[in-house]
Ligand binder design. Structure first.
Ligand code: GLU
Length: 304
């Protein structure tokens, strides 16, 4: 008798930060992850990423959930809130053990040290490693950082949209913060701990997070978590080339819009931005045509 092979179940997720209502940019990410999960007969989770207490906007979580429901994107199980899962982040921190060190530097000190080291071209704030071997006498710990192997440590992965992506973690990310000076858990740690705990197999999200993925893969390796598949969909930008967000003036999703408006101003444009030219007269019809269109789109991606 031969054992039959069953592929691992597909678990995907949409993980919005409740910094404001959904807009066309976040709707595109939600739609892609929803369509990918449904076309694999998978589970689709929704997780509210509210660890950054300073950026949360009151009621934005409920507004986003209502928008997803209004669009017919119904998630499986209960939605989760990161603010209620901090035990998971504590456990991940304990597991990381001596890969983590306290850092006493302020952003200004890091910027100054970087300028001295690399000159005027220095762009992203790469930590120069000042506190790596211990805090200088009299300095208090502000943040917790993860040690990245030096001098070179390259992470490579296959993204289903972008192909092979490589990053020299040491030079391009450096020792990164996993618990912030203001006491909040950093996105990188929380997202990896949650995706691991929820058994997420497939991460579909916006390409603005492409350069965070190698840091997340490195954390997965240290935490002995399986590496999910990744698909980063093209970022939606405005006429000035800026990522759509509340700050760059993206119109907020209107939960009170009629079905006609919803299709014309949200669902059909979001599908078009993903490369799917659809027409539909109802929300049910929209998903009926979007699902095979997504499957065709993915079939035409050479990497799937
Ligand atoms: N919470 C992040 C955001 O809204 C997305 C995180 C993720 O998908 O990994 O930008």
């Amino acid at each position: 008798m031969t054992a039959s092979y069953s592929p691992p179940p597909y678990i995907g997720r949409f993980a919005p930060s409740p910094t404001g209502p959904l807009h066309l940019g976040s709707l595109v990410a939600a739609m892609a992850s929803y369509l990918d999960a449904r076309s694999h007969n998978g589970t689709w989770l929704v997780r509210i990423e509210d660890v950054d207490g300073d950026r949360n906007v009151d009621g934005a979580d409920r507004h986003i959930l209502a928008s997803l429901q209004r669009c017919g994107m119904l998630w499986d199980g209960e939605a989760t809130w990161q603010s209620q899962r901090t035990g998971l982040y504590e456990a991940a921190l304990a597991h990381l053990d001596d890969h983590v060190y306290p850092c006493g530097c302020s952003r200004k000190e890091i910027a100054d040290a970087q300028l001295a080291l690399r000159g005027r071209q220095a762009q992203a704030l790469i930590y120069p490693g000042t506190c790596r071997h211990g805090l200088a006498p009299g300095r208090a710990a502000r943040a917790l950082r993860l040690k990245v192997p030096q001098p070179h440590h390259t992470i490579a992965f296959v993204d289903r949209w972008h192909g092979i992506v490589t990053q020299n973690l040491s030079d391009e990310a450096g020792d990164f913060v996993i618990k912030r000076a203001d006491g909040y858990w950093a996105y990188q740690l929380a997202v990896v701990a949650d995706d691991g705990a929820q058994g997420v197999t497939d991460i579909v999200r916006g390409a603005d997070l492409l350069d965070s993925t190698p840091r997340q893969i490195y954390l997965q390796q240290l935490l002995n978590l399986p590496q999910p598949r990744y698909l980063h969909v093209p970022l939606v930008v405005n006429e000035r080339g800026e990522k759509l967000s509340k700050q760059t003036g993206a119109p907020a999703f209107d939960n009170g819009a009629s079905v006609g408006e919803l299709l014309a101003t949200a669902l059909l444009p979001a599908a078009r931005l993903l490369g799917m030219e659809l027409s539909a007269a109802s929300i049910a019809e929209f998903w009926r045509v979007a699902l095979p269109a997504w499957q065709r789109l993915m079939r035409d991606q050479p990497l799937v």
